[in-house]
Design a binder for this molecule. Structure first.
Ligand SMILES: C[S@@+](CC[C@H](N)C(=O)[O-])C[C@H]1O[C@@H](n2cnc3c(N)ncnc32)[C@H](O)[C@@H]1O
Length: 161
């Protein structure tokens, strides 16, 4: 059997090639509230690189401008992060078929974590598995922040989460 490639090397390989692990992941429609999600087609081991959140990398000021002009459903694709002392954003609003933009939020028991990795001097947001993930499980991570309305609203009723 071929030796296991390190998760970081695997991430860099996919970042450079701009590819998703479509042999390991697929997209499924979940329901009208959540929309689509990304699911494991096979088992994923704790620590593995899962996918990159790909999109346009833009400075915070440009993200702010786009937030004002985008339809509300598109602002969910603006992922803010810090890099070298400044705030940046990956804007994945444009659907280019990448899987990263379709991963849903889970703040109680996420199975992945978003990490910022340096590839040839540029930051890239990559998901790594926090635990072993079984075939058929939904890939999730904690979006962070506190402004995710679905965490507290269920069919119009307010619940305590
Ligand atoms: C980055 S998109 C994720 C992909 C999205 N599900 C789709 O089908 O396009 C973020 C949006 O997905 C939905 N979403 C993400 N996590 C959710 C959750 N835990 N419960 C309900 N909706 C969620 C919200 O509508 C959110 O604005």
């Amino acid at each position: 059997m071929a030796p296991r490639i390190s998760p970081l090397k695997d991430a860099r390989k996919h970042v450079i090639a701009k590819t998703d692990k479509t042999c390991m992941l697929n997209v499924q429609y979940i329901n009208a509230v959540k929309g689509r999600g990304v699911f494991a087609k096979g088992s994923i081991s704790q620590g593995d690189f899962v996918l990159e959140y790909r999109g346009d990398r833009i400075p915070a000021v440009e993200a702010q401008r786009r937030r004002l002009i985008y339809h509300e459903s598109c602002t969910a694709f603006l992922f803010m992060f810090r890099w070298r002392g400044k705030t940046w954003c990956i804007d994945a609003a444009r659907d280019e078929g990448s899987l990263g933009r379709l991963v849903n939020d889970e703040h109680r028991r996420p199975n992945c974590k978003m990490k910022n990795i340096d590839v040839n001097g540029s930051p890239h947001l990559c998901l790594f598995a926090l635990m072993d993930i079984k075939q058929g499980e939904e890939i999730s991570y904690d979006y962070g922040g506190e402004d995710c309305p679905w965490r507290t609203e269920v069919c119009g009723a307010i619940t305590v989460c």
